[in-house]
Each structure stands twice: as structure tokens, then as C-alpha cells.
Design a protein around this ligand. Sequence first.
Ligand SMILES: [Zn+2]
Length: 463
Amino acid sequence: MKYNIEKINEIGKLLAEVVEEALKIEGGEAALIGDVEMALRESMLKIGNSALQCFLENADGEVKAEIECTCGGRLKYQRRRKATIWSVFDKVVYQRAYYAGCTCGQGCAPVDQCYGIEPGKVTAGLARLLALIGVNHAFDEGRKSLKEFLLFEVSENTVRAETQKMGELQRQADADLVKATQSENCLQKREQSQALVPDVLYGSIDAAKVRVEPRDEKEKAVENREKWRDLKVGCWYEGEIVPKSQHSARQKDKAQREGVVLRAKNQKYFCDIEKAGQFGKLFWATGCAVGADRARVLVFICDGAVWIWNLIVHYYQNAIQIVDWYHAADRLKRIADEAFATTDERLAWREKVTEDLWQGRVELVIEACQTLAKKSELARQSLAYYGDNIERMRYAQFRAAGYFIGSGIIESGCKQIVTHRLKISGAQWNLDGAILTAKARAAWLSDSWQKLVTARSLLPLTA
Ligand SMILES: [Zn+2]
């Protein structure tokens, strides 16, 4: 936006005088720069508050005797009526023309309608900040940080409500997407569109436990225990090669071992607390949105839970399936620990078998487990694990093709959504609160936050 710089400089000069005066009155010791900054910020908050009030009071223009009601009837001018909003400049009270007297019983303030204001509520400008804090911090913790930035108090409940409103918008967007991708018509239309389809696209799914409190006393009595629910999380992403000059110490090691180092980009997370079948619909719908069904190569990397592979096979039969390398390799370590008494024996077995796995010689890994089956229960159980996943563990082939072989992206997603937000101290959830906060956070992590901010600013008009 372009502003009249001369006028702004004029205001700046005035403000400097105001602050200088105030600091003088405060008196005593010379003010330090931090004091000056704080005095400026406090004054600017007051200026913003008064400017927003003026702006809205000027916005009425000429008052008319009558206007048209949304129902088609007529509304008569009543008087200028007071309204209150909670904005980024704190509570603002303003007066605007108010019309009423239609047969439908509704009244109207054109200024509120024009700017998408809900009197008595938080404005879209403040809402986006509250929600941003709420997806990244426990609500009460976030409230304290916010006060430092805004210079006025907002309640924990307001932070929670605005965060979950963003989650509600995401839930609505998810539901709309699921509905749209169930319709032949919509899929056909998309088929004809020229939208960019990724060459190689990755997908991963995982789940993490969230503790959900009973909703009320009644529910508590029926289920007198804590309830841990699975938050299912999925991610679509692409890969790119990390240039040598940007390698971290760890990546340098990796580059020596594996040749190239990949990193993920364009991560799109989706999540829900739902049964696998219902979550599958969201999986398919979000996949359509990123062109999963049209990518040249589609690769899934997962830790091996059966319900996950079932969903993948159901929706994307021809995709490449990879068991996360770290899960498959870590199991060998645990087998060695269980089967051998000495560190030397453990290391020797593990090194050899891990190399076989790395080279994709899964049959040799199975043989090695077979020979330990009598000594180790885990080795015996692992016969099925490696046996059922032979084709998903051809790591040499996958590496040669340049694919990721680790599911680090989805594990990081679970960590960021669940460990770093839903499970942090001070967090307590009912079912809806957990789902909405998770969905809002997933949007934040996916760079689709701006869509929610835009949708939030349209809220009163669509309500
Ligand atoms: Zn009406």
C-alpha cells in the first residue's frame, strides 16, 4: 500500500514531541532507548485505537432515510448506535448509523457489513494473531507472550476460541474437499485442468496418541478412565537435492555414505481423530489436491502399521511402497540385543545383517533371523515382519532411483503437531478441541495458513 509519506512524517514529528514531554514529566534519570521505544509503542497503540474509531465513524458517509434490507424489504434510519470491537489496538468503541424496522425483524449497520465486523467480537486482524499464538503455544503461555507484543491483555479463552475457529475452518475445508473429490464431475474437471503435477510425489501416514478428557460428568461416569485417542497424521511432499555447499555436518556424513542428500519441500499435512476408513477419504481427497493420482512416480514411506498399508493399497494400488529404513534397521539392533550376550557378538551380527538390509537382500535378513529364532522371540516375530515386506525393503533399488527411504517427514509432523503442541504441559483437551487445534497447526505447518486467515476475515459475511 502507498501512504502519504509527508503526512506520516508530520505525525512522527508530533509523536516524538508527545513522547519527549511524557518522559520529561516521568522525570528523574535520563531515559534509555528501551524506555523511548516502549513509550512510542504505548502511544502508537493509543493512536491506532483512536484512528480505528475515527476511520469507522467516518465510513458512514451520508446517512439515508431508508435502505434496502437483505430480505428485500425496507429498513429505516434509527440513530447512530454504539458498537464495541476487540482489535489489534485493544477495545475500540465507535458510533455508526443503524437501520431497523423491516418486517423481517432484522436491523443493519452498513459500516459493519461493509468491513465484515461482528460487534462485540474479535476482529479478523486480532484473530489471526491470537490463532497464530495458539497453534504454537499452550493457550495460557501464549497469552503471556501476546501481552508483550500487543501491550494489552487477552484472555486464555479468547486465544483458545480463535485458534479453534481456524481449526473449524480447516475442518470445513477438509469436508468440502472430501465431498468434491467424491464427485465424478469434479474429478473430470480437474483432469482437464492444466494444474502442475509433481514428477515424483511422496506420501506418509502415521499416528500418535492424544489424551482426551471426558466431555462431562455423564461421560466420565460411563468411561471412568483416561482416554487415549489416535491422532492420524498424513503428509504429501516432494524431494529436492541439498546442494553440497549447504550440507550440515550430519549431511556431510550422509553424503559420503549415500551419495546425495535429499530434503523435503512443499509439505502438506492433514490430520484427524477418526477411524481408518473415514481418514482414508481425507487421504484420497488431499491426494487429489496435490495430484497424487497423476504424479509420474508416487512413493509411500511408512513405518509398517497394517491399517496404513491397507489404505495405501486401497487408494493407490500402483504406488511404490517403502518401509521406513530406520524402523527396519532398528529392529535388527533390538534382535541382536536380545539374542547375544556380548557386545562383540551383537555388533558383528548387526553390522553384517544391516549391510544385507541396506543392499536390499531381504532374503538374507530373513535367514539370519531364522537362525536366531530359538534364541530370540523378537527374531522369531520378525520373520513375518521382514517376510511380509520384502518388496517394500528393496533399499538398494530405492536408493538407486533417488528416493527417500526414511519416513522422517511424517515423524517430524507427528512430533510437531502432537508432542510439541497437543502434549505440552498445560494442554488439556476435549475431543473437538484436540482435533481443531491439530488441524489448525497442520495448516500452519503446511503453508496453508494464509487461506485460513482469508477465510476467517470473511466469517461474519458467510455466517
Ligand atoms: Zn428485512
